[in-house]
Design a protein around this ligand. Structure first.
Ligand SMILES: Nc1nc(=O)c2c([nH]1)NC[C@@H]1CN(c3ccc(C(=O)N[C@@H](CCC(=O)O)C(=O)O)cc3)C=[N+]21
Length: 300
């Protein structure tokens, strides 16, 4: 492998260390403990695993974790009532409603009912608008984690050609805004993009966020480019035994690593950074709520 491995797991541990220090200072100097509320509707096993690891890490950095597990057929009114209650609870500085929600619940309505200053996912329309206009906002965790790794690796991103594959509200669009904010020339590619391989081949930075296992082959990657793989896809792995699975990204790792200058692995890349940034956003929200100086290096 020619490429430098960007170790998201190690980077995330470093970010959590910084978060812990800020939390300790908030407690000692101000008597405030940041709190994160996570709302999970239904019992999707993958979501449960993810929510559990978030709760564990929240407590490990010294914050309060409030978990709300609701029945899969919870009514929209009941969910909105819970969010209302969390919005007005001074012990709660961050609120995350795990997505996707069951089909009978209107995701946009639910997300936009979260108080924008507590919206640690950065999905509320106010935060989307603030980010798009370069104003102070809550920044979505996955793109924020990608940006931190890119800045750490390159220093300045100014003038670089960045291609984001995927146009979701959760990753693709906010990622493009952040890269533009750092003065990249940004292309957002998607399933209808013509000549996708050629578009990707001109990129200095490739961010793959489509959710299709290994869809980006190495020969799309420009020699020396930096590849950030956002995909976390579980696929069958019969070679490991019957019924076994493994995680792969949206990028074909081995062939891409042979051409890239730097690349993030899956697992151990963007995923751990997403959770670290969720904790970072909660500290940021807590500082803003209390008119305290914001933690440096943990925001965009
Ligand atoms: N409102 C909301 N916000 C989210 O941020 C959100 C969400 N809903 N719904 C679900 C997705 C998924 N997600 C992951 C974060 C980290 C890992 C992660 O750390 N993955 C490990 C591997 C974990 C494993 O082994 O299964 C890794 O990539 O190394 C995975 C998935 C956040 N999401």
């Amino acid at each position: 492998m020619a490429a430098t491995l960007i170790d998201g797991k190690a980077f995330a541990a470093k970010v959590r260390g910084q978060v812990s220090e800020h939390v300790a200072r908030l407690k000692e100097e101000h008597g405030i403990t940041p709190g994160l509320a996570v709302v999970l509707v239904g019992e999707d096993p993958a979501s449960q695993v993810y929510v559990r690891s978030k709760g564990k890490q929240t407590v490990e950095v010294g914050m309060n974790s409030f978990e709300h597990k609701l029945d899969v057929d919870t009514s929209e009114a009941d969910l909105l009532a819970l969010i209302d209650q969390l919005n007005s609870d001074p012990a709660v500085h961050g609120i995350l409603v795990q997505l996707p929600l069951p089909g009978h619940l209107n995701e946009d309505l639910v997300i936009n009912s979260i108080a924008p200053e507590k919206d640690v996912d950065g999905f509320h329309i106010s935060n989307v608008g603030l980010l798009g206009t370069g104003q102070k906002s809550m920044v979505p965790c996955t793109p924020l984690g990608c940006l931190m790794m890119l800045r750490d690796h390159h220093g300045s991103l100014s003038g670089m050609d960045a291609v984001v594959i995927g146009r979701s509200n959760i990753v693709g669009k906010p990622m493009a805004q952040l890269l533009l904010g750092d003065s990249c020339t940004v292309t957002i590619a998607h399933s209808r993009t013509k000549d996708l391989p050629d578009v990707v081949r001109r990129a200095d930075i490739v961010v793959a966020a489509v959710g299709r296992p290994e869809m980006v082959p190495g020969d799309w990657i420009k020699e020396g480019a930096t590849v950030i793989d956002v995909g976390i896809n579980r696929i069958d792995a019969p070679e490991k035994g019957e019924g076994k699975t493994r995680l792969v990204g949206d990028v074909h790792f081995d062939s891409a690593a042979a051409r890239a200058g730097a690349i993030t692995p899956v697992p151990g890349g963007v995923g751990p950074m997403t959770i670290a940034c969720l904790l970072a956003n909660t500290v940021t929200a807590c500082c803003r709520a209390n008119n305290l100086a914001e933690p440096e290096g943990l925001t965009a």
